[in-house]
Design a protein around this ligand. Structure first.
Ligand SMILES: Cc1cc2nc3c(=O)[nH]c(=O)nc-3n(C[C@H](O)[C@H](O)[C@H](O)COP(=O)(O)OP(=O)(O)OC[C@H]3O[C@@H](n4cnc5c(N)ncnc54)[C@H](O)[C@@H]3O)c2cc1C
Length: 401
């Protein structure tokens, strides 16, 4: 039983059915879908999606960026230019693609349904109980279900983690997610509405003091995705995201390079997200219950790795459970321990890298921050391979091998 039909939950459902398990997904929403925004799918995640047989479908609806670029928020000067495209594909054995979240979700969902995954919508899980043979879950409606295992893929405010935390045997350093002091506006704009050639076919980060702005194409170039991040002292909203004020967004980025301001001039709708994170947990499982994705390692989106890590988790979990007789508690426990041992150090490292990028993109330290970006630019233009030292461990891993 999987709680949560997001990208992590669907990937787990698909990976597990491919290993021969019978899987049910319980999703609190009335319908399945994703927010109207883009995703950068880096080669490490694409290797998993390829192993799940989805590469050709994904290629049809994605965009292949030429470079990953960091530019100065006013002058447009390039601090960093990392070629993506064919070079990246042959270095890491998988492409770097941009996708609309809804497209990836739709592809995963169709494939999961085709493989026989059972979906329960409008099914908010509020509680679970486990013994040495099975796990039972209770819905908000009072309805109950049981199965051999429970996977909490229920996002940053995970109910499954919350309940694990109450168990005396789950000795974990859990602290609630905290507001990171950053908010993100997200939106998409039809390319037709923009001046021709305004947006370069790159994944571009515009770095400025206390803010950064990201642009990239989706759907073969028909749509542009933007993410605008700003530092704020607090997040007062009850919910994670809320309809954003486009005028406020435009004013936060006024005076920026004309590529940014012209793009924003065409924006008529945006959503605002409070960015929350937490320190790495020390434990992800207890007996027959295990976590994956944002439920156990939410991170700032500044390495574009949150969904990628959930996708990797899903595949590794299914791989470790492959061949395990679920009636045997000891074997289940061993498989979940192997899964956690592989995943926890990796996701903790990526969480830290994502946090560090905030300082870089926001020119932390004023003149020192600008100097840091300039130095990175100089070093990487003379010695491009320096970038690989940082990216190879992230993009180079192939969890399907
Ligand atoms: C601005 C921004 C940009 C990002 N860009 C990228 C990027 O380019 N690349 C990348 O890899 N990642 C990116 N991420 C991160 C990525 O969005 C997340 O890490 C990823 O979506 C997490 O997936 P998940 O399945 O673990 O959790 P979620 O997507 O949060 O899914 C959890 C699901 O569980 C359901 N649920 C919750 N509680 C219950 C319950 N009690 N009962 C039943 N169902 C429940 C929810 O309704 C939801 O459907 C970005 C994030 C942000 C905020």
């Amino acid at each position: 039983m999987i709680v949560g039909g997001g990208i992590g939950g669907l990937c787990a459902a698909l990976s597990l059915t491919k290993q021969g398990f019978l899987v049910s997904v319980f999703e609190q929403s009335k319908s399945l879908g994703e927010v109207g925004a883009g995703l950068q799918m880096t080669p490490n995640a694409m290797k998993v999606l390829t192993a799940l047989g989805l590469l050709e479908q994904i290629k049809k609806v994605s965009f292949s960026p030429e470079n990953a670029v960091i530019r100065h928020y006013q002058t447009g000067k390039k601090f960093l230019n990392v070629p993506l495209g064919e070079g990246c594909c042959s270095r890491y054995n998988a492409p770097y693609l941009h996708l609309h979240r809804a497209d990836l979700h739709r592809i995963l969902l169709a494939e999961a349904k085709g493989q026989g995954v059972i979906f329960h919508l409008n099914s908010k899980v509020v509680q679970f109980e486990q013994d040495d043979r099975q796990v039972s879950i209770t819905m908000e409606s009072g309805e109950t279900f049981s199965g051999s295992m429970l996977i909490g893929a229920d996002g940053i405010r995970s109910k499954v983690l919350e309940q694990l935390q109450k168990s005396l045997s789950f000795q974990c350093n859990h602290k609630p997610p905290i507001f990171t002091g950053q908010v993100a506006w997200r939106g998409t704009i039809a390319t037709d509405l923009l001046p021709k050639g305004l947006i370069k076919p790159d994944a571009t980060v515009w770095a400025g003091p206390g803010r950064h702005f990201v642009t990239y194409y989706l759907r073969g170039g028909k749509m542009v995705n933007f993410v605008a991040v700003e530092e704020r002292s607090q997040w007062t909203n009850e919910s994670w995201n809320t309809a954003g004020d486009v005028e406020q967004l435009k004013s936060a980025f006024s005076g920026w390079h004309s590529e940014v301001t012209q793009l924003l001039a065409a924006a008529d709708e945006t959503f605002l997200w409070g960015l929350f994170a937490r320190e790495p947990l020390s434990k992800w499982h207890l007996n027959r219950v295990v976590l994956l994705g944002d439920a156990c390692h939410p991170m700032l989106p500044f390495m574009a790795q949150g969904a990628a890590m959930a996708i990797e988790d899903a595949f590794v979990l299914a791989k470790e459970l492959s061949g395990v007789v679920l009636e045997n508690s000891q074997n289940v426990e061993q498989a979940l321990t192997r899964y956690t041992h592989q995943r926890l150090p990796r996701t903790s490292k990526v969480q830290a890298m994502s946090k560090a990028n905030a300082d870089l993109y926001h020119m932390k330290g004023g003149a020192l921050g600008r100097l840091r970006l300039n130095t990175i630019g100089m070093v990487t233009s003379t010695l491009p391979s320096v970038v690989n030292v940082k990216l190879d461990p992230v993009y180079g891993l192939d969890v399907t091998q």
